[in-house]
Design a protein around this ligand. Structure first.
Ligand code: ADP
Ligand code: MG
Length: 477
């Protein structure tokens, strides 16, 4: 290394040290290595592109001022950016870039006042990594590909894609995604982040939950570093804040968020927010924020319908390389309709049970496992209720159901009713038999067995039974 470069740089640092807070000094100046001094050009090596941009954006005045003190008014700065650190076999790769911001500044008068942009502490630095960059906090599994589209989420998903393609340059800014628990808000927010990174690798993306945002804010306000906090967030190109309902009553955090929101929005940066309520129902959030949320698009995610649930299950299985009989998939989709997280939970439990017991996944196992998932009946379901439901469903009269007819439809309706009565009530076989015009318990056993057999072989029959099961379950809730 050229001795002169080092001397010049050491003198610069001695000034910078007194001006910049020591944490910022350590973060942004200590990693810099002076490389070469060629006449009035000092070359310094920085660990990454981001680092370079950051220095140019935030410390250009300071660098210029100090360097000119050392080298005179024609002083220039050049950066050597470490692109690849190299290893035992490969030499490190670097590129040299003249300081752009610096250049434009160097045209100005020498006695430009020493204005220092507020240096920013980065709360998302990955410790241990030399390279300075913001970890976007994204889970690579949450992609658009893995996010099944249905009527329940079409608008939100498509708006999300548009946002990811042209972040900031679309009319969905901010994009607010709202809806109940486990319906895909986080997944969608993350998918936008992942897609932006894929399409625009240089954009700075950050996903953060509102709770984390609030906690960071509190930490920074303790250390009198609120400006650092706000400035850090203002560096982001695509800011995704999850579960903004937790801003509820966090007044000071909302003030900070308001400043960040305005800055980002005005600079054409993208905001994506999720919430468990529609913005108009968000309580404890300042009106000035709410009115800004209305500038963009609010799109909801709803409960998926049966077909979408099947598709979601099939996609999850495909992603995990799993297979199971279609009837089991249908059974799960029929029975778990509360939300998608529960749907996944049921699938995972089923897999766990099957591998623990070294047992193929079949309908019987699914029923056993799902018993824990399906809400235990809060209302007592009676044999009479089930009889009435089956009669309605197949459009047969109650009298016919009890008669000794051998007509196939009636016989099947009766067998299904017994089967459902056996599954959903605590009545004995004898009692069930009595409710069907005094048949004995062996008839009930035979009926239940016939229904099970038919469900294995006859798809239409099975669908009928499942749909009825669903209805009975709903009635029991
Ligand atoms: P929320 O944030 O709304 O509570 P999540 O985004 O955490 O819900 O979703 C819960 C689970 O359901 C996640 O594992 C997610 O991958 C999955 N999920 C949600 N919606 C879909 C969808 N449309 N397609 C596939 N998986 C989904
Ligand atoms: Mg969530």
């Amino acid at each position: 290394m050229n001795k002169n470069a080092e001397q010049v740089w050491t003198s610069c640092l001695s000034i910078i040290k007194d001006i910049v807070e020591w944490q910022h000094f350590r973060t942004w100046f200590e990693p810099i290595k002076p490389i070469l001094l060629k006449e009035n050009v000092l070359i310094i090596q920085v660990p990454s592109q981001f680092f370079f941009e950051y220095l140019e954006e935030h410390y250009v005045n300071l660098l210029s001022k100090t360097l000119k003190r050392e080298l005179g008014k024609d002083a220039q700065l050049e950066y050597r950016i470490m692109v690849d650190g190299g290893n035992n076999y490969n030499k490190p790769v670097t590129i040299d870039v003249p300081g752009q911001g610096y250049k434009s500044f160097s045209n100005n008068e020498m006695d430009f006042p020493l204005v220092i942009n507020n240096p920013v502490k980065n709360p998302f630095v990955i410790p241990g990594l030399k390279k300075m960059h913001i970890d976007p906090q994204l889970n690579a599994l949450y992609t658009f590909d893995a996010f099944i589209e249905g009527d329940c989420n079409r608008v939100a998903r498509r708006a999300g894609k548009t946002v990811a393609e042209k972040p900031g340059a679309n009319s969905f800014n901010p994009l607010v995604i709202y809806g109940g628990v486990g319906l895909g808000k986080t997944h969608l927010g993350q998918a936008i982040g992942n897609e932006v990174k894929r399409l625009h690798p240089n954009k700075v993306v950050l996903y953060v939950s509102s709770e984390k945002f609030i906690n960071q804010f509190i930490d920074h306000s303790r250390n009198n570093a609120i400006n650092d906090f706000i400035h850090f967030y203002q560096l982001i190109d695509v800011l995704i804040i999850d579960d903004i309902q937790f801003f509820n009553k966090a007044e000071k955090s909302q003030d900070a968020f308001f400043a960040i929101f305005n800055h980002l929005h005005q600079s054409g940066k993208q905001l994506v927010l999720t919430s468990d309520k529609s913005p108009k129902d968000l309580e404890g959030v300042q009106e000035r924020l709410l009115s800004r949320f209305r500038w963009g698009l609010s799109a909801d995610v709803q409960l998926p319908d049966y077909e979408t649930r099947i598709e979601i299950l099939e996609r999850k299985m495909k992603n995990d390389g799993l297979e199971m009989p279609k009837e089991v998939v249908k059974y799960i989709a029929y029975n778990i309709s509360s939300n998608i997280r529960e749907l996944e939970g049921a699938l995972i439990s089923l897999l766990a049970q099957s591998s623990l017991n070294r047992r193929e996944i079949d309908l019987e196992l699914a029923k056993k496992v799902l018993r824990n998932f399906i809400k235990t009946s809060s209302k007592e379901i009676t044999i009479d209720t089930i009889q009435k439901m089956v009669c309605d469903y197949f459009d047969v009269s109650y009298d016919k159901l009890l008669q000794k007819t051998r007509k196939r439809e009636i016989v099947q309706a009766r067998q299904i009713t017994m089967y459902l009565a056996k599954s959903f009530t605590k009545n004995s076989l004898k009692t069930i038999g009595e409710h069907f015009g005094g048949r004995d318990h062996t008839t009930v056993i035979h009926s239940c067995q016939t229904v099970k057999d038919l469900m294995d072989t006859d798809g239409v029959f099975r669908d009928n039974v499942m749909e009825l099961q669903q209805k009975v379950q709903l009635a029991a809730m």
